[in-house]
Write a protein that binds this ligand. Sequence first.
Ligand code: G6P
Length: 612
Amino acid sequence: MCGIVAYIGSRKASPIVIKGLKRLEYRGYDSAGIALIEDSSLSIYKKKGKVTDLESHLGNLNPQSTICIGHTRWATHGEPNDVNAHPHFSASGNLAIIHNGIIENYSSIKTDLQNKGYEFKSDTDSEVFIYFIEDIQKRNNCSLEEAVRLALIKIVGAYAIVILSEDSPDTLIAARKGSPLVIGIGKNEFFLASDATPIVEYTNEVVYMNDQEMAIINKDNLIIKTTQDVETTPYIQTLDMELDTIEKGGYDHFMLKEIFEQPRSVGDCLRGRLNADTGHLVLGGIREYANKLENTDRILIAACGTSWHAGLVAEYFIEEFCRIPVEVEYASEFRYRNPVIKEGDVMIAISQSGETADTLAAIELAKSKGAIIFGVCNVVGSSIARASHEGAYTHAGPEIGVASTKAFTAQLTVLFMIGLRVAHRKGTISEGQYRELLVEMEQVPSKIAKALQLNEQIECIADLFKDARNFLYLGRGYNFPVALEGALKLKEISYIHAEGYPAAEMKHGPIALIDEEMPVVFIATNDSSYEKVVSNIQEVKARKGKVIAVVTEGDTLIPEMAEFVIEVPAIHHALMPMISVIPLQLLSYHIAVMRGCNVDQPRNLAKSVTVE
Ligand code: G6P
């Protein structure tokens, strides 16, 4: 989704901004642009397509400007083209804006401005925003800073904006509500971005802007104030992110790197929190409200996409071990269906980015009704992390590939730790079971590493199925959400239609699709539904479907039925999703590569979905 990068300081600004835009490419976008000051006048360069198209458009230009704002746009209002790309000029051409988010009342503001004679060039709400600001400045004869503030009070919707003015070529004005904005603090220079990835190579000191805050920045000074005109002291945090975590490190794609990082990312997630020898299991971020979690009558889980699948796995685990009813909600549905939430309800909100607009809105709704929110986020300092009462980070490191992989296993790791701790403290599992699960949890990284050794075998299978038009993924129990996740991974990056189903539901519909053309991936590891899944495999075979089965090492029955068998290491059934998902991630990766798809930036998708 849209990305913002800006720089002010003493260096040549545009190369820094363009490099930053490339760092944000993973968020998903369809056009890119920059604005800077050249020979005392404000210039904008923008182009539909990739940042490299923008670079070609710039050609041999070598702007010397030490101030620059840049943007990658993911279209909402108006199709992706050069005109709708950001930055946008104000009516006079004296101001330029980059904007992430959606202005909900833009249409009435636009009509008012049109009635005053303004003519717009683009279809975007963002252009309306900057015209509006300029009009306020003219009418009130006030400073730009004050005009921005007055406009923000009238604007309904979400925004992160940065404004550059020809009349104040040494100042940037930024603001945020609902869309993320981070300010990196250098030595007499500042970097602004939608997340920390473009900033990390220059400084690790950052300020995460809060909602309803504005920043007025020149190269020597940063002022932050609220839209109510109250100056606040910026809270400077130190980034815990290394440059190599946002680079490919020898892999062909970020997605493959991230798949192979999982033994380490799950290990990082467990480190210092769980120790099977001592029976230690502590999540530092869950303290004050821990008793609410243990004593609640029910747990709501709100999430989207892959994070929602992690929530489904957690439902199985929490219900089995904690004996607390769990409802897993698509955040986008939950927020609009007038849900029943009562004081003291507990919501676990799961989000890799911590910026997903629907999940954030679900949190705000639940909070307004008195629920306690536990956030499970990957991005430190993200909006969801900050909107939660308490929570635990997944510590998976930056996830750049749009298709989520290591975030999923890290989310499961945190969710299991939360559930296990609750079960232990409630006494809904025995000490023996608790100790056994701790030992099993500690083995997850090495078992993921073992599952990754299947890579070559899976590449061969991918080659045979790369031209399939449809795929079906089936699993039961803990492996049902894994089937959903496997299907999501495949459709996201290879554009092959894929559906995940509970294996037993197949006979209520999907079985009609099965013929010799239909590959069916069974996640059929050794658990209590194993025999029932074996019967489902038989049903597929009887209709000539091609079976690819993920089984537990040593299985002797399924290899006699399935065309292809992928053996993963044995583990406690509740932890199996962290292992059984690995071959499915690899399968979708290889199929997508073989089909020539852009694995890391699949069409139409965004990594961080900051609009509803
Ligand atoms: C987007 C991404 C998915 C992700 C979902 C939820 O659709 O492409 O990979 O699962 O958003 O994102 P979150 O950051 O909240 O986990």
